[in-house]
Design a protein around this ligand. Structure first.
Ligand code: ADP
Ligand code: MG
Length: 626
């Protein structure tokens, strides 16, 4: 009795398959790289199991075999790795476990070029087989399991697959592709060998093919059944740097990172000292779609003495460098190391801090020598790097030096001003770094808080990313210069402009009547009212006390659903402004109240805040205009 079942792919898989087949056809040969990459992963896993369980047999050579049949138009990729049981086939091949897949698919535009790029972010994987195959047969048996528990999975990639339990002679996985028409070019010894060398030379394990037929003296083919190894079959990171071509580094990256695009840059080094290890670390050229997914484990592949130990060993790098991909191969760690041990190991701490420094140097080099690459990097990962200011106290200054901001110096949204650039342009007597945080570039740039800075030609950094508030709250100083918000109540430009602070109290004293009037009218909204020194054109603005939470930060926390004690801001007014003068002259209590509310709401709006009662604001404004 046949136990064959026909099941349907997950909707996401269907979409992905369709997309892949159509957008990657011009790159069709990558299917081989992906399937070999999976075979290599499977052997890695088996080897690791063997180390954990010494009673498992070791005597078999682990390798990948590639063969083809010209008549049947098939290519077969086999491995004697870990294999899969029935449930694992359903789980790994019929569904996409990656969270965020839906969101990813929603971004797709239907534009093939663009989508091919996006798919790179996602990783292509097993389904790339369907770029060239009209039918795929996957035949697998879990290592250590009974011969009768083999599984045969077949699909034409259009939406369904069939699966049945069958006998399988050996453990491991064998994938046979029945090629679509027009793929005969792949059915050649020469072509397959060249693809293996191009894409998979770096694979740790032998990739074998049948020896090419030789010819006897009469020109007759002598076909031998002997296998020969086609790739170098040597861990790439163990080889001498000078002997490794850039393309080899790149292909290796694609294998370990499950990324389809080239990396931006990499570092390959052997570290000797208390800890001996080799690191081959890459910076990708684009962010994966799940970079901010908290559940996603990110990290480095850990090897110990060339034996694969685990993927995504997240403790090998701090969280803010989670975009880095690569391999660390330790000489000293015990082979039975577990995630738990990694959590609190001095050896791991040493490797982490060494690798962190290496990556920071790599980024610094890029900033200095390859500005175009650096700017690409910063676009993709700048906001993640910023987390380092909060997370990595020891390297805070180095990270701060790598940050880039938009600035009033540029008059554009470009994010390319470093703190050092800023310091280089400070005006005479300036000893602080000024910034503003806001919801958007325009809100920052046009904020009334900048009026005095424009007038005095003082540069202000425009911080508009959500994380910037946290960054500046952890970065009080850079190069011994305080970072100061232009919206802080204690803003003091007296060193730069001797008029600035002069008579602060005197100014308040002179404007006392109008200040009192406003204070009374806004008693439940503001903490205090003062005459401003920072406004030139606007009537009013809101400021916060030193160490008080910035208005923008308060907003962010509220949006995030956090309960925060409501604090009242301080209002600053510009007594020379027509609106303030009018209020001062007003003798009607209702009119005074209306004007005060307009002044307050305007200040709130300029801050990017939602005002309490927008329609009342509109009514008041209309009254004022008519
Ligand atoms: P990825 O390699 O990024 O995990 P793939 O689509 O390439 O994604 O593969 C999906 C999963 O299928 C793998 O994670 C693995 O669990 C399983 N798999 C694929 N090929 C093999 C194989 N040759 N041996 C064992 N498992 C495999
Ligand atoms: Mg894969």
């Amino acid at each position: 009795m046949s136990n064959k079942k026909t099941l349907s792919f997950q909707t996401e898989v269907k979409q992905l398959l369709h997309l892949m087949i159509h957008s990657l056809y011009s790159n069709k040969e990558i299917f081989l790289r992906e399937l070999v990459s999976n075979a290599s992963d499977a052997i890695d896993k088996l080897r690791f199991e063997q180390i954990k369980n010494p009673q498992m047999s070791h005597d078999q050579e682990l390798f990948i075999e590639i063969s083809f049949n010209k008549e049947a138009k098939t290519i077969t990729i086999s491995d004697n790795g870990i294999g899969m049981n029935y449930d694992e086939v359903v789980e790994n091949i019929g569904t996409i476990a990656k969270s965020g897949t839906k969101k990813f698919l929603e971004q797709l535009s239907g534009d093939e070029k663009k989508d091919a790029n996006l798919i790179g972010q996602f990783g292509v994987g097993f389904y790339s087989a369907f770029i060239v195959a009209k039918e795929v047969e996957l035949h697998t048996r879990k290592s250590g399991a009974d011969k009768a528990t083999g599984v045969l999975w077949t699909s034409d990639g259009s939406g369904e697959y069939s699966i049945e339990t069958v006998n399988k002679e050996n453990c491991g996985t064998s994938i046979t592709l029945h090629l679509k028409d027009d793929n005969d070019d792949l059915l050649s010894d020469w072509q397959l060998r060249s693809l293996i060398r191009k894409y998979s030379d770096h694979i740790n394990y032998p990739i074998k093919m049948q020896k090419m037929p030789e010819h006897d003296k009469d020109g007759k083919e002598i076909i031998s059944n002997e296998l020969e190894t086609v790739n170098k079959a040597n861990a790439l990171w163990v080889r001498n740097k000078n002997e490794i071509k850039d393309d080899e580094y790149k292909e290796f990256y694609k294998h370990i990172a499950h990324d389809f695009t080239d990396p931006l840059t990499w570092i390959h080094a052997r570290v000797e000292g208390t800890q001996e290890y080799t690191q081959l670390l890459y910076i990708p050229s684009q962010a994966p779609f799940d970079l901010y997914d908290n559940n996603k484990r990110y990290g480095i592949k850990l090897y110990i003495k060339r034996v694969f130990i685990m993927d995504d060993a997240e403790k090998l790098l701090p969280n803010y460098l989670r975009f880095v991909r690569g391999v660390i191969d330790s000489q000293d760690l015990p082979l039975n190391v577990s995630r738990e041990i990694l959590q609190s190991s001095k050896d791991i701490d040493a490797i982490r801090s060494g690798s962190t420094k290496k990556i920071l140097s790599l980024i610094e080099d890029m900033a200095k020598k390859e500005p175009a690459n650096f700017s690409k990097f910063y676009q993709a990962f700048g906001n993640v790097l910023k987390e380092g200011i909060i997370e990595d106290f020891a390297n805070k200054d180095r990270i701060a030096a790598l940050l880039r901001f938009a600035s009033t110096h540029n008059d554009s949204t470009e994010v390319n001003v470093s703190l050092d650039d800023y310091i280089g342009r400070m005006v005479a007597q300036q000893d602080k770094i000024y910034y503003i945080t806001a919801e958007s570039y325009n809100a920052a740039k046009n904020s009334p808080h900048l009026e005095i800075f424009k007038q005095k030609n003082i540069e202000v950094l425009l911080l508009t990313d959500r994380i910037d508030e946290w960054v500046v709250s952890h970065l009080n100083q850079y190069e011994k210069k305080d970072l100061v918000s232009v919206a802080s109540a204690s803003l003091d430009l007296s060193k730069i402009d001797t008029n600035f602070a002069k008579d602060k109290q005197e100014k308040d004293e002179q404007a006392k009547p109008v200040l009192e009037k406003i204070k009374t009218a806004l008693a439940d909204k503001v903490k205090d009212v003062h005459v401003t020194s920072r406004l030139v054109n606007s009537p009013s603005c809101l400021v916060v006390e030193n160490n008080g939470m910035s208005i923008h930060m308060e907003q962010l926390l509220k949006q995030a659903g956090q309960a925060i004690p409501s604090s009242k801001p301080t209002l600053e007014i510009n007594p020379d402004h027509a609106l303030i003068r009018r209020l001062n002259a007003s003798v009607d209590a209702d009119e005074t109240k209306d004007l005060a509310l307009i002044i307050f709401d305007q200040a709130a709006l300029a801050e990017g805040l939602k005002i309490d009662d927008p329609s009342a604001f509109v009514t008041r404004m209309n009254k004022l205009i008519s």
